[in-house]
Design a protein. Structure first.
Length: 279
């Protein structure tokens, strides 16, 4: 048993169940045939509005989601993303962003171009205040114990600093990849005098060591490549002007304007319309 910098006890993970450890009598071919032609998506979770301290998690019943104070699991992969809406529309799920980027580097739409030098991605570019007109976000792909498919949690600008500080202290300072530990993500209510909102909190629960670390590394490596290939494919499609929106109005994943709900994984070794999702 060891301690992290917050003086909270951290144990080597024992109970975290990896996909490779789960017994499944269903043949991969049977499962693949069942899913053929469908647009499959990661379960998507957002930081709640209004200072709520509970996450809304998709359940078996779409009309009755589950609610939980914490999300616990392994962060397989994370990457920047950003989008620009006319001011006042950035939190409206029905409004499509004018410009968006899957990696926070290159934007497609209006104005498009290199994100780092874009005038809308500079502090003070909003009509009122000191913030950015472009909304910077970060997508986390979180694998929970006993599950095959990770969920997608999108961090808004207000939660980026807590995440960066957590990763710097717990993983980067020890030269460990982010998939090397089981983390707990919670919520904190913040009131800045004019608005009340929720900010993500992060805590290391346990470290993956030995055989479990090797297993999660193999899983995470394959998953990362598939997501990178998917992002590259979507960026190419956007550059060719096929009309697809790279990220949705809430910044909580990827969707096409055709169905408004899901994306398909394409490119590389996997096609979400025909092959297995990352398992």
């Amino acid at each position: 048993m060891t301690y992290n910098n917050e003086n909270a006890m951290v144990e080597t993970a024992k109970d975290f169940i990896l996909p490779a450890m789960m017994e499944n009598d269903c043949a991969a071919m049977d499962v693949s045939e069942d899913y053929e032609g469908l647009r499959l998506s990661f379960p998507r979770v957002k930081i709640p509005a209004g200072g709520s301290l509970q996450f809304e998690i998709p359940s078996d019943d779409p009309e009755n989601p589950d609610y939980t104070k914490y999300i616990e699991g392994v962060i397989l992969y994370n990457h920047d993303t950003c989008a620009y809406w006319p001011e006042g529309s950035e939190y409206d799920d029905t409004v499509t962003p004018l410009c968006s980027s899957v990696d926070g580097k290159t934007g497609y739409g209006a104005p498009g171009g290199v994100c780092a030098t874009c005038a809308l991605n500079q502090y003070g570019s909003v009509e009122k205040g000191k913030g950015k007109a472009c909304k910077n976000m970060r997508n986390l792909y979180i694998l929970r114990s006993g599950e095959y498919m990770p969920m997608l949690l999108s961090l808004p600008p207000t939660s980026l600093r807590p995440y960066s500080d957590f990763v710097s202290t717990i993983f980067a300072a020890r030269r460990r990849p982010i998939y090397a530990g089981v983390v707990q993500i919670g919520l904190k209510r913040v009131d800045n005098g004019s608005n009340t909102y929720s900010v993500a909190t992060f805590r290391l629960l346990s470290r993956l060591e030995g055989e479990k670390l090797l297993q999660i590394k193999q899983y995470a490596d394959g998953f990362r490549e598939q997501i990178k290939n998917m992002n590259q494919q979507r960026a190419m499609e956007a550059e060719l002007g096929n009309g697809e929106t790279i990220c949705n109005a809430a910044g909580d994943g990827y969707q096409s304007t055709g169905d408004g709900e899901h994306f398909c994984i394409t490119g590389g070794d996997i096609d979400g319309d025909h092959d297995d999702l990352p398992l």
